[in-house]
Design a protein around this ligand. Structure first.
Ligand SMILES: C[S@@+](CC[C@H](N)C(=O)[O-])C[C@H]1O[C@@H](n2cnc3c(N)ncnc32)[C@H](O)[C@@H]1O
Length: 204
């Protein structure tokens, strides 16, 4: 997943989905999500899945009673997710997280390796967009990349950067490495399962 300059443009991803060159694709929902759907993400509500890629998680959320809006801006990713999801394919739409109109508020935004696919210049915009799409007290949760990469993307987060981005609006509730067997070579074992909660009022 190289070529930093273009990774905020759909063509960068379109090319890779068309060629089925998908080193970030887990091929299934993360095991952490399966357990959070039972223990943490209750009651079910409305979830947004930005940068959904193949969209495996859509099925898990629907089965747990969630209303799902999954988006990706690469047409080939949307087509792939719709093929994989069959009758649930209508939960996936082609849309840009930053510029498309998305009908919030959402109770939860779930993402896996979407933030690290974006150039870091866009991260403050990502954080601001999350605060406007979530209801107060809502959750931002999923798999985030905290490793190193000499030639990004993926662009690694650090705890300091995460604090700078989210610290004044969110509180970190859950933070642990993904389970053994859930890391992909491209992320080198540095994915973390995190659950952030949007505070009703920003921390001064
Ligand atoms: C590293 S992939 C992760 C895909 C998926 N979440 C997964 O876990 O396999 C990043 C995804 O974000 C999508 N993406 C990047 N920028 C986007 C944007 N501004 N709006 C919507 N999707 C975007 C890409 O097309 C790509 O599918």
């Amino acid at each position: 997943m190289k070529n930093r300059k273009e990774s905020d443009h759909p063509d960068f991803w379109e090319e890779r989905y068309r060629a089925e060159r998908l080193p970030w694709d887990l091929g299934a929902e993360p095991v952490e999500l399966a357990s959070a759907l039972v223990s943490e993400f209750r009651p079910a509500g409305r979830v947004l899945i930005p940068g959904c890629g193949s969209g495996y998680e859509v099925r898990s959320f629907v089965a747990a009673g969630w209303e799902v809006c999954a988006i990706d801006f690469a047409p080939a990713a949307v087509a792939r997710a719709q093929r994989i999801l069959g009758p649930l394919g209508d939960r996936v739409q082609q849309a840009d997280f930053f510029t498309s109109e998305l009908s919030g508020p959402f109770d939860l935004v779930y993402e896996r390796t979407f933030l690290c696919s974006l150039p870091p210049e866009r991260w403050p915009h990502y954080a601001a967009r999350m605060t406007s799409l979530l209801r107060p007290g809502g959750w931002l949760a999923g798999v985030f990349f905290y490793g190193t990469d000499p030639e990004p993307p993926p662009h690694p987060l650090s705890p300091e950067t995460a604090h700078r981005l989210f610290g004044s609006h969110f509180r970190l509730h859950v933070d642990r490495p993904v389970s053994a067997g859930q890391s992909l070579p491209i992320y080198g074992g540095a994915e973390r399962w995190q659950i952030w909660q949007l505070l009703p009022d920003p921390v001064p």
